[in-house]
Design a protein around this ligand. Structure first.
Ligand SMILES: Cc1cc2nc3c(=O)[nH]c(=O)nc-3n(C[C@H](O)[C@H](O)[C@H](O)COP(=O)(O)OP(=O)(O)OC[C@H]3O[C@@H](n4cnc5c(N)ncnc54)[C@H](O)[C@@H]3O)c2cc1C
Length: 486
């Protein structure tokens, strides 16, 4: 049977040698030309539990893996079905994107393909467009006019967050994002290309603009990316006799009065001190007003820069607004400490769960948990355990947020880390950060590969060649064909 148009699914209804169902079945039960329905695999005994997980980031994959382990027997006998719907066929582990940009980790090693990680689940590469929880139905975004309906019993929302942008003149034309592997690779190539440009031009203004790098937003993404790239660029200019370290200008613009809002204030203060020691121009309580022509900041500063990276915070995934679930302040799904979605009466909304960046999970007395990978992973594990417990008639347990294990890398051999009630800096903090990052990466295979990257990095010198040409793979060939035509 064909998959609905625009949706990539598993091979179809297949069984392994012991008769275990390995993938979901597309049926046309509700099909009337425009409308498909994905039904569960029906079993002779009935009584199946259908779990729909929306979002395959750290929270979604962790929840799915844990549920897969806990429900192995039910999944293999067809008494349970887990379907995970994710827009990409892989998880992107974003805490490692700054190291991808710095060239310390291979881009392929920070993504975890979902299908091999979830052999007992159905993985759909698609986007959910709306959810009607009162009818326990979700819909896959229509492509070619066809809408796919997904019925479920238990909904696990782990759709995370997306970049929060403002209508800044010139931002769309000149800004770069930093959320995907592609963007991390592209930024690395761009920064290295600026060094090549600065070393070969005779125009002092162009040289100055090429060596000025502006990052807007000082969360984990902005601070990590700037710190890693500054470190890499300082290393790279050893091969550029005409560029001195003081020629490089790094500017970090943050609208609030502190950096790393997702981490503890002491940790953020250490990171700020380290960045300033490295001559990074950190501007707090400042906004980007314009990127048209010159960079214009709200404190009145104007200067030329050829690199503008937008990492200014996140907002919950847009899907949340297309559900009938109660949303809290900031647009996140209001949750109880059991990771169950809170109903209007403050009691658990039956069959609805959420975790990660998209969920407002209580963290008294701070309000709700900050959106970071550490929280997403720990919440997802508790969510999965609670879902299994509630389905078995046992009580759910409260999630107890752990805030003291935060850390952030600030380049090779530099980091800030919170441990045992203290903030640490320097090499020890860096080793601790790497150990934590590795432990949290939700794939053993990827852990080994990232570790191998780090070990190779310690043995050999850093790779600092710009591969900007890979972004225009057809340019050379087109030029050659054009020449031939004339
Ligand atoms: C550059 C960068 C660096 C970071 N560094 C750190 C760090 O050092 N430490 C730290 O703790 N945190 C860090 N973070 C934050 C961390 O990455 C997030 O908190 C974490 O990824 C949240 O996980 P999640 O699963 O909740 O959401 P996400 O990782 O956002 O995953 C959600 C998934 O849902 C999918 N999705 C969304 N909508 C739909 C839909 N409608 N249909 C189907 N799928 C959908 C998305 O494609 C996505 O894959 C960083 C973030 C960035 C951007």
């Amino acid at each position: 049977m064909d998959s609905p148009p625009g949706v990539t699914t598993d091979r179809g209804p297949t069984k392994d040698p012991v008769g275990r169902i390995r993938s979901g079945v597309w049926t046309t039960a509700a099909s009337a030309g425009r409308h498909w329905c994905v039904n569960q695999v029906t079993t002779a005994g009935g009584g199946i539990i259908r779990i729909l997980i929306v979002g395959g980031g750290p929270a979604g994959l962790t929840a799915a893996q844990r549920l897969q382990r806990a429900l192995r027997d039910q999944l293999r006998t067809g008494r349970a079905q887990i379907t995970l719907v994710e827009a990409a066929p892989y998880l992107t582990y974003r805490p490692l994107l700054p190291e991808v940009a710095a060239g310390s980790v291979d881009p392929r090693h920070v993504v975890v393909p979902l299908r091999p990680a979830l052999p007992d689940c159905t993985v759909l590469t698609a986007r959910i467009s709306r959810i009607d929880h009162s009818r326990r139905l979700a819909w896959i975004a229509p492509q070619d006019g066809v809408e796919v309906e997904l019925p479920y019993d238990e909904l696990v929302l782990t759709v995370g967050s997306v970049s929060r942008t403002r209508p800044v003149p010139g931002l769309a034309e000149h800004g770069l994002g930093f959320e995907t592997v592609g963007e991390a690779v592209s930024l690395r190539n761009h920064v290295l290309a600026q060094l090549d440009l600065a070393s070969s031009t005779r125009d002092p203004e162009l040289r100055h603009a090429a060596l000025t790098f502006v990052f807007v937003g000082a969360g984990y993404g902005g601070v990590g990316a700037l710190a890693e790239l500054e470190d890499m660029a300082r290393y790279a200019i050893r091969e550029y006799p005409t560029i001195q370290p003081d020629d490089l200008r790094w500017v970090l613009v943050e609208a609030t009065d502190r950096i790393l809002a997702e981490a503890a204030p002491e940790l953020a203060a250490h990171a700020l001190a380290q960045l300033r020691e490295r001559n990074v121009d950190v501007r707090l309580s400042t906004q980007l007003d314009s990127a048209q022509g010159l960079i214009t900041l709200s404190d009145g500063t104007r200067f030329a820069a050829r690199t503008l990276v937008w990492t200014a915070g996140v907002r919950p995934a847009p899907l949340l607004a297309a559900t009938d679930l109660p949303l809290g302040a900031g647009g996140r799904v209001e949750c109880l400490d059991t990771l169950q979605v809170a109903g209007p009466d403050g009691r658990p909304l039956p069959g609805a769960w959420a975790a990660g960046d998209c969920a407002a999970v209580p963290d008294p007395p701070h309000g709700s948990c900050p959106p970071n990978a550490q929280q997403a992973l720990a919440q997802a594990a508790r969510l999965a355990d609670n879902l299994v417990a509630v389905a078995a008639g046992r009580p759910a347990q409260a999630y107890l947020p752990e805030r003291t294990l935060a850390s952030a890398s600030l380049g090779l051999h530099r980091a800030v880390a919170h441990t045992g009630g203290r903030s640490r800096t320097g090499r020890r903090a860096w080793l601790l950060h790497r150990a934590r990052t590795l432990r949290r990466l939700p794939s053993t295979d990827r852990r080994i590969r990232v570790l191998a990257d780090w070990l190779l990095g310690a043995l050999f010198s850093r790779e600092v060649a710009s591969l900007a040409a890979v972004e225009h793979p057809r340019a050379e060939f087109r030029a050659a064909v054009g020449e031939h035509d004339h």
